[in-house]
Write a protein that binds this ligand. Structure first.
Ligand code: RB5
Length: 157
């Protein structure tokens, strides 16, 4: 958990393209209300932007330890997940359902969640995000597999 010097909070970095901005805004607001610390890397409106730019900003925040998790929203979640998974420190799971989100944490120790705003509604997205944040990594047999993905990285907590 990232420490802000006063108390321990889960810090979540958000990013979206124009297709995901509205859903990002709502999800970030819900998590802020629930007491999480939010870092919002934009975009914030319907003007067309390029999803790799926002994926990179969020992934850097997670990779540098400034955020515990990242959440990336585009139209389908596909572009964001492809972009995020090019970052060597990132394991991004694209989830359209709660089970995938839970297992992406439990088995893959995913540190970034990708969502598709054209695929899931707000309520489903909220449930997916809650499941992602609430589920711990199981470790054990999965450590060996994660080590094969990023052999030069320290094991993640
Ligand atoms: C933007 O038009 C759209 O391509 C983007 O939001 C995303 O769905 C890409 O994967």
């Amino acid at each position: 958990m990232v420490t802000n010097g006063m108390d321990n909070k889960t810090v979540i970095a958000f990013g979206a393209d124009h297709g995901g901005a509205a859903l990002k805004h709502r999800l970030a607001g819900a998590l802020a209300e629930a007491g999480h610390e939010i870092q919002d890397f934009g975009t914030d409106g319907p003007t067309s932007v390029d999803y790799p730019d926002f994926a990179y900003a969020v992934c850097e925040a997670v990779a540098l330890g400034r955020a515990d998790f990242g959440v990336l929203v585009c139209g389908t979640g596909i572009g964001m997940s492809i972009a995020a998974n090019r970052h060597p420190a990132i394991r991004c799971g694209l989830a359209h359902d709660v089970t995938t989100a839970r297992l992406s944490r439990a088995h893959n120790n995913a540190n970034v969640l990708a969502l598709g705003a054209r695929i899931v509604g707000e309520e489903v997205a909220r449930d997916i995000l809650h499941s992602f944040i609430a589920t711990p990594y199981e470790g054990g047999r999965h450590d060996r597999r994660l080590a094969k993905l990023t052999p030069n990285l320290e094991p993640q907590p």
